[in-house]
Design a protein around this ligand. Structure first.
Ligand code: NAP
Length: 518
C-alpha cells in the first residue's frame, strides 16, 4: 500500500498503463500498441527518494520481451509511411495532451525523482518545448540535387540525395531527467520516421511510461512507439545486442556507454555520457555573478546533472573573495522534502548515491581540503556542501560528483587552470568567467569539450544549440535539428539520363586553348 501523500493520483487517461495490486500501482510495458506484463511476470520496485518508501512496481522486461518489441518495431513502418503533415498533427496533439496533464507529470517527477516544484516544472517545460519546436524542424528535412557533369564520364548522370530514417532507434535514458531526455530522443526520432523503443532507468520509469501513453493516445501508430522497462544488465543489454535495432541513442554514465559501444556491433551510436564541467573564474571576473552561477550550477537538482558545475577553478588573486561569496550564497539553500515550497534542494536519488558522495567528500578532506559547509547526510538527504583548497589529487577533482557539492580548486593563474582542465578525461562542458573578450575567446578555444559557456553556468540551453561531448563524454550531437541529423541517414539515388537523351554530352576534347605560342 502506497502512503497517502505519495500516491501518484493518476487520471483515467493513464488507466491502461498499470493495474493496482494490494494498493500498489504495477506499471506495464507498451509493445506493439498493447500494454503488457513481462513474459516471466517478474517485477521490480520503484522507491521514492523522498523517504525511500515503495511507490510502485514495474515489469522486469526480459530478452524475449525486448525481441518482441524490437522485431515489431522493425516490421512496422507505419510512422515512416505517414505523410509528414500527419506526423506533425500527432505531435501537436501530444504536446496539447502533455500540457493538459502538466500537474500529473510534475507530481510524478517530484515523487519518483525527488525534484522540487521548480526543478520538476523546469523539466516539464523543457520537454514540452522539445515537442513543439522539433515538429517545426522536422518539416525542414530536405535532400539535395547533385549534377554529375563536373566529372568526365558522369556528364549524363545526376544524383538526388535524400534523408531517410535510420529504422529502429533504441532510446536508453538515465534517472535524472526521465521526461526531458525521453522527449529529446522520441520527438526527433518519431518525427523523422523512426520506430522507437524507449527504456527508462529502472530507478524511476513512471514519467516515461506516461509519456508513451500520451503518444499512443495522440495517434502514434501501434509498434512505432514501444516502452520496455527493466534492469539495464538484462533489458538494456538485450536492446543493445538486438539484431532488429539500427541505432542506440543512449544517455547515461561513461562506464555503461563504453560497454554499449563494445557490444553494439555495427549499429549507429549516439552516446551522451558523463561530464566534468570546470568553471574557470579569472582575475577580472564579476565575482557576484560568478559566485551565483557557480553555486546554482553546482547545487541545482542536488547537483545531479551531467552539465553541473563539477569544480570551480579559482585563480589565486580572487580566490578568497570568491570563496566568501560562494559560502554566503550556499547558506541560502534549504535542504528538505522537495514538496515543501520553501525548500530549494531535495534528496539525491537514493541513499547509496549519498554514501558515494560522502566517500568523495571524505577523500577530498583526507587529501587536504577544507570543509566550509555541509558534508553530512541522512538517508538520501545530503547537505549543500562547500569544499575549498581541494587537491588536484582528490578523486572529486577529476570525477563526476553528481551531488550537491561546490568543489573549489585554487590555481596560480589561468594557464594552470587551463592545463588542469584540459587533462580531464571528460569533455562535455565547461564555463569561464571573465570580462575580457580576448581571454574569453582564448579560453573557449583552448578547453577540450563540446560546449563552453561564457559568464554563465553550463546548461542544455535553448535546445537549438548542439549539445554533446568529446573524449569520454560521448559522441554525436543532440539538439533540435542536430538530433534529426543523427537519427536519419543519407541515401544517394543516381539517375542515368542518357536513355532519354537528357543530361550533358561531352562535345570536345579537353585541350587547353590558350592561344599563347610556346
Ligand atoms: P546509468 O547507470 O549509466 O544508466 C543509464 C541507463 O542505462 C539506464 O536506463 C540503465 O538502466 C541503463 N543501463 C544500465 N546498464 C546497461 C547495460 N549494460 N546495457 C544497456 N543499458 C544499461 O546512468 P544513471 O546513473 O541513470 O544517470 C547518471 C549518468 O548519466 C551520469 O553519468 C550523467 O552524467 C549521465 N548523463 C549524461 C547526460 C548528457 O547529456 N551527456 C545527460 C544526463 C545524464 P538501469 O537504470 O536499469 O540500470
Amino acid at each position: 500500500m502506497v502512503k497517502d501523500d505519495l500516491n501518484l493520483n493518476l487520471s483515467s487517461a493513464f488507466e491502461e498503463t498499470y493495474e493496482t495490486i494490494d494498493g500498489m500501482p504495477v506499471f506495464k510495458m507498451l509493445i506493439d500498441g498493447k500494454w503488457r506484463s513481462s513474459e516471466r511476470g517478474e517485477l521490480f520496485e520503484v522507491h521514492t527518494p523522498i523517504d525511500g518508501s515503495l511507490i510502485a512496481k514495474a515489469q522486469a522486461g526480459t530478452k524475449n520481451d525486448v525481441d518482441l518489441a524490437c522485431s515489431t518495431a522493425k516490421e512496422n513502418r507505419s510512422i515512416r509511411e505517414l505523410p509528414g503533415s500527419e506526423r506533425i498533427e500527432i505531435f501537436e496533439c501530444a504536446a496539447d495532451m502533455l500540457e493538459k496533464h502538466r500537474n500529473e507529470f510534475i507530481r510524478v517527477l517530484q515523487i519518483e525523482a525527488g525534484k522540487t516544484a521548480l526543478d520538476a516544472e523546469g523539466e516539464f517545460d523543457a520537454a514540452l518545448q522539445r515537442f513543439r519546436f522539433t515538429k517545426e524542424e522536422a518539416s525542414r528535412i530536405f535532400g539535395e540535387y547533385i549534377p554529375g557533369d563536373w566529372n568526365k564520364g558522369t556528364t549524363e548522370k545526376m544524383a538526388m540525395v535524400i534523408r531517410e530514417p535510420v529504422g529502429v532507434v533504441a532510446a536508453i535514458i538515465p534517472f535524472n531527467y526521465p521526461l526531458f531526455i525521453a522527449a529529446t530522443k522520441i520527438a526527433p526520432g518519431l518525427l523523422a520516421g523512426n520506430s522507437v523503443v524507449l527504456k527508462p532507468s529502472s530507478t524511476n520509469p513512471i514519467a516515461s511510461t506516461l509519456l508513451a501513453r500520451v503518444l499512443q493516445i495522440a495517434g502514434v501508430p501501434d509498434g512505432s512507439i514501444n516502452l520496455i522497462t527493466g534492469i539495464g544488465s538484462e533489458a538494456g543489454d538485450a536492446l543493445v545486442e538486438s539484431e532488429h535495432v539500427d541505432m542506440i541513442n543512449f544517455t547515461g554514465s561513461t562506464p555503461v556507454g563504453k560497454s554499449i559501444a563494445q557490444k553494439a556491433g555495427m549499429k549507429r551510436l549516439h552516446l551522451e555520457l558523463g561530464g566534468k564541467a570546470y568553471a574557470l573564474v579569472l582575475e577580472d571576473a564579476d565575482l557576484d555573478l560568478a559566485s551565483q552561477k557557480c553555486v546554482d550550477g553546482s547545487l541545482k537538482f542536488a547537483g545531479q546533472r551531467c552539465d553541473a558545475v563539477s569544480a570551480v577553478l579559482a585563480v589565486e588573486p580572487i580566490a578568497d573573495s570568491l570563496v566568501e561569496k560562494i559560502v554566503a550564497k550556499v547558506d541560502r539553500w534549504k535542504l528538505g522534502d522537495p514538496r515543501d515550497e520553501s525548500v530549494n534542494i531535495g534528496p539525491v536519488i537514493n541513499s547509496q548515491a549519498a554514501v558515494r558522495i560522502n566517500g568523495l567528500v571524505l577523500d577530498a578532506i583526507a587529501k587536504g581540503a577544507e570543509l566550509l559547509r555541509g558534508g553530512k547526510f541522512s538517508g538520501s538527504y545530503f547537505e549543500p556542501t562547500v569544499l575549498d583548497l581541494v587537491s588536484t589529487e582528490a578523486v572529486i577533482a577529476t570525477e563526476e560528483v553528481f551531488g550537491p557539492v561546490v568543489t573549489i580548486i585554487r590555481c596560480k593563474d589561468v594557464e594552470e587552470a587551463l592545463k588542469f582542465a584540459r587533462q580531464s578525461k571528460y569533455g562535455l562542458e565547461s564555463c569561464v568567467f571573465t570580462r575580457d573578450f580576448y581571454r574569453m575567446w582564448r579560453v573557449a578555444k583552448a578547453l577540450e569539450c563540446g560546449e563552453v559557456t561564457i559568464n554563465d553556468c553550463p546548461s542544455h540551453g535553448v535546445g537549438y544549440f548542439p549539445f554533446g561531448g568529446i573524449k569520454q563524454s560521448g559522441m554525436g550531437r543532440e539538439g533540435i535539428g542536430y538530433s534529426i541529423d543523427e537519427m536519419t541517414r543519407l541515401k544517394t539515388i543516381v539517375f542515368n539520363l542518357a536513355p532519354a537523351g537528357l543530361g550533358k554530352k561531352e562535345h570536345r576534347a579537353a585541350t587547353c586553348k590558350t592561344g599563347f605560342k610556346q
